[in-house]
Each structure stands twice: as structure tokens, then as C-alpha cells.
Design a protein around this ligand. Structure first.
Ligand SMILES: Nc1nc2c(ncn2[C@@H]2O[C@H](COP(=O)(O)OP(=O)(O)OP(=O)(O)O)[C@@H](O)[C@H]2O)c(=O)[nH]1
Ligand SMILES: [Mg+2]
Length: 290
């Protein structure tokens, strides 16, 4: 299992590699099945790749992926030091065929993006990367520690704001219900946060908030990277991670639609090329499909 890079910034230039968008699926290929893409955005080093690995595992193995002995595969590489780990847009090499109860079949792509807020990073660069990833996505997961880059975002679908290391679970319980209460609370209070929610609600058709606990007091970043199976994670953290994956995969995930049409695998290639031509800065180098 591996990932491929569809967009990167190298030697002062964007490199868009359409050939790295998956054309293969797990199981038999059916070009008519619509495509949903789940991307994650947020501050660098905030646990984005960690979540995408769990989501990928859930899409492949459902409830089994959270059993005690299940190995945690770091398909998207986790940060090992202070430097940003993920760069540009990484995508899982295949589409996963997924069918939630009472929902139509979907192919699902899992994407990971470069973190923002790195002091050494060019803002224009990261905005272009995130804009492109958001354009392809039906579900955006976002760690709320900063303002979302809403630049160039259009026709956006569903946003799940994932608040990590939530500690105040006596006032607002972990999970989606606590998240909704927290959202209502901040909407009635703090100006800046209220403005942030108003802004995302204008751009996305739905916005949810999920409060995720800390891994647990004994777990350090290093030990989390070295966790080999689910039982190493700690009960509350594991239960909420599972509930988060169930929410995204079974409730939120839908086909990506652009102009009212559900996209299939081929449509996504076309739309990404078009977006890249229109919106990414002129220094993009386009690696042609082979
Ligand atoms: N405190 C805390 N640490 C976490 C959590 N999830 C993952 N980590 C750890 O945080 C570190 C960074 O995780 P990554 O998933 O690589 O973070 P990232 O946002 O993808 O990092 P970049 O790609 O560099 O932007 C790793 O050591 C993880 O094991 C969490 O919920 N809380
Ligand atoms: Mg990462």
C-alpha cells in the first residue's frame, strides 16, 4: 500500500502530476460508480496523516479496523521531527469501493495535504495547494487551530471540523453531539470564532464539529508513531476515532458533485486538469498523463 503525489512545489514551481491520480480500484472496475474524495487540511504537525491512515483502514476493513490486534499501517507517513512531513497533495494509490448502509456504492479516494502555518512556508503556495485539494473533495476534514483558507473555494460540499486534543469534555462531551453544542456556544459568543463559522457556512453546504480527546496522558508523539496495534491507543481515544471514521464514511461521505453532476473517476481527471489550468499559479509544470 502506498501513496502518490499529485501536486508538489519543487524548485520554485508547482508540479501537477495527473498520472498519479488513481485509475485503479480495489475490486472490479466500474466507471459508472460515482467518486467521493475525502481530504484533510490544517496546521502542520497536527495529526492529519494519522487520521487519514485510520480513515483509509476503516474504509477497507470497517469495524474490524478498530479491533485490539489490528495493525496500524502508516500508509501516509507520519511526522518524525520538527520539519513538515507531508508536502503538496498525496493520494492513496487506489480508489476503495465502499457501500454504507442505505447508501449507493461509491469509489472513495483518500487525500492528505501539506500543513499550513509553517513559518517558513510561502502563503501563496499553500493556498494554491489547499485550493486544489478542496476542489476535488466531497468531504473536507479540518483541524481548527487557525482560519480556513477559503480562497478560490467554490461549490464546496461537506466540512467536518475536527478539534484535536479536546480537554474540556465536562462542558462539551467528545464526539459530534458535543461538537454541535460547542458550535452553538461559540456562535452565541466570541466574535472571531463566530465570524469563522459564518464564513465556512457560506462556502460549505454542511458543517459539523467533532471533539476528539487527547491520545492519553502516557502516550507521547513518539510512542504514537510507534503504535503497532489498536490496543496501544487508549480506550477513549480509540472509541472516538472509531466514531469519527463511522461518521465520515457512513454519514457524511457522498459523491463529489460539480455543477449538479456526480463525478466518476474519469470526470475527476478532467475537472482537476481544468482547475489546475485556471487557478494554480502560472509556474505550474504539468506532467502529462502517460
Ligand atoms: N497530541 C496528539 N498527537 C497526535 C494525535 N494524532 C497524531 N499525533 C502525533 O502527532 C505527530 C504528527 O502527526 P502527523 O499525522 O504526521 O501530523 P501531520 O499534520 O500530518 O504533519 P505534517 O505532515 O508535517 O503537516 C505524530 O507524532 C503523531 O503520532 C493527536 O490526536 N494528538
Ligand atoms: Mg502529514
Amino acid at each position: 500500500m502506498s501513496t502518490k503525489k499529485i501536486l508538489n512545489f519543487q524548485n520554485g514551481k508547482f508540479v501537477y502530476n495527473a498520472a498519479n491520480l488513481p485509475t485503479v480500484v480495489e475490486g472490479d472496475l466500474d466507471f459508472e460508480i460515482p467518486l467521493g474524495i475525502c481530504s484533510i487540511f490544517g496546521e502542520y504537525g497536527s495529526g492529519k496523516s494519522f487520521i487519514q491512515n485510520l480513515l483509509l483502514s476503516y474504509l477497507q476493513h470497517k469495524e474490524k479496523s478498530f479491533e485490539d490486534d489490528k495493525r496500524i499501517e502508516n500508509v501516509f507517513e507520519l511526522k518524525e521531527n520538527v520539519d513538515p512531513q507531508t508536502t503538496g497533495i498525496d493520494v492513496y494509490e487506489k480508489y476503495i469501493r465502499y457501500e454504507a448502509e442505505e447508501k449507493p456504492k461509491l469509489y472513495v479516494g483518500v487525500w492528505d495535504t501539506e500543513g499550513s502555518l509553517d513559518p517558513n512556508q510561502d502563503k501563496e503556495k499553500v493556498t494554491a495547494i489547499l485550493g486544489m485539494a478542496a476542489y476535488g473533495s466531497s468531504v473536507a476534514i479540518y483541524n481548527i487551530k487557525e482560519k480556513f483558507h477559503l480562497h478560490n473555494m467554490q461549490d464546496m460540499q461537506d466540512l467536518v471540523i475536527l478539534i484535536r486534543d479536546w480537554s474540556d469534555n465536562e462542558q462539551f462531551a467528545y464526539g459530534i453531539e458535543g461538537g454541535e453544542m460547542y458550535r452553538q456556544h461559540v456562535m452565541s459568543k466570541g466574535e472571531a470564532t463566530k465570524e469563522f463559522f459564518e464564513e465556512v457556512e457560506k462556502v460549505f453546504r454542511s458543517v459539523r464539529v467533532f471533539l476528539m480527546p487527547r491520545p492519553n496522558d502516557h502516550v507521547t508523539k513518539k510512542s504514537l508513531n510507534q503504535s503497532r496495534k489498536m490496543a496501544d491507543l487508549g480506550d477513549e481515544f480509540r472509541a472516538q476515532l472509531k466514531s469519527f471514521c463511522q461518521l465520515v464514511a457512513n454519514e457524511v461521505l457522498e459523491p463529489r458533485t460539480i455543477g449538479g453532476q456526480s463525478l466518476t473517476i474519469n470526470d475527476l481527471h478532467f475537472h482537476m486538469e481544468q482547475y489546475q489550468r485556471e487557478y494554480t499559479p502560472s509556474s505550474v509544470t504539468n506532467v502529462k498523463k502517460t
